[in-house]
Design a protein around this ligand. Sequence first.
Ligand SMILES: *Cc1c(COP(=O)(O)O)cnc(C)c1O
Length: 380
Amino acid sequence: MVRIETQLVHESSPPDPLTGSVVPPIYPTSTYRQEGLGKHKGWEYGRTGNPTRAVLERAMATLEGGTHGFAFASGMAAIDTAFHMLKKGDHVVAAEETYGGTRRILDHAYSTLGVNVSYVPGHETHAWAEEVTRETRLFFLESPSNPLLHLTDLKAVAKVAHEHKILVGVDNTFASPYLQRPLELGADFVIHSATKYLGGHSDLIAGVLATNRAAVAERIGFLQNAIGGVCSPWDAWLVLRGLKTLHLRMQATCRNARTLADFLEDHRKVERVHYPGLKSHPQHGLARRQMRLPGGMLSFEYRGTPRDVRRMLRTVGSVTLAESLGSVETLLSHPWTMTHASIPEPARLRLGIKPNLVRISTGIEHVEDLEADLGRLLRG
Ligand SMILES: *Cc1c(COP(=O)(O)O)cnc(C)c1O
């Protein structure tokens, strides 16, 4: 069995059969010549299939331990295509602490089409079982969650789902296949915002889905072509380039995140740190079982008034205030006003997303520079 580090380098660069080029070519074509009716080389139209995109799709299937991969124009296009497997009257159970866009599309697009949605605290396995009805078709979750880094026991939740013939979809964006492989723990499909760790350089928007279930693959293949939110060959090529160093970037970001978590936990201006790699994290044991390393995302609660927090949050040196995550540079964000602003205030508070919560996507800079810059911010 080839290890994932080797797969990351080689699955992203299968030798080009035409020229031997060690990097896959970009095929910016909308159509393909046919010698006669139905006589072609397996490629007919650019939305249906593109050779550059196909390299990424095969690579993602392998990296996630699946049989089929699909590449989309964004993470949301991947999620939307997956949710199109649902029909009117179906019921979805989703983790309440999830990417804001996922809640938005469920609450403001699928609900209006007659799909019923319940939200549960994803890290409480029994909560999933309690929401199951005869109409439940899908469990959808993220682990670690955003922004409080709760973990869901993927194996346990998949077991509950499969007892009721319910599909399990996992948004694996925060972990990447290098840290966690949900299909091996029982998930039926995995999606990613490839915009984040897979691309890894804040220079593209893309999404992927991988599955090991033939029926899911067949339906997603149909829907991908029917809906058309496909990844362009240019972006597919950039994601492939990102994949080659995913393991190195993840190792560096996890090492830095661990050091920053310790630094913050000891800092007098910090009330609490959320990071699965800390012993103080309530699911530290699950993190060790389920993930290779505890990830590059962490959040902390600042000791100060909401006004102090607003004053503190800015770009200083190597620490950039910005949306998004999973890149080589360290990004700071404020869930209360940025990523989670669309969730009603009482619901935000109930989830534990307080005005003094700050999220860090750790980059791969020298950690002492990061500590120095964060230290300057914290002092206010
Ligand atoms: C960013 C993100 C998405 C959405 O992906 P886009 O590429 O921005 O469409 C979905 N899930 C998670 C966890 C994300 O961080």
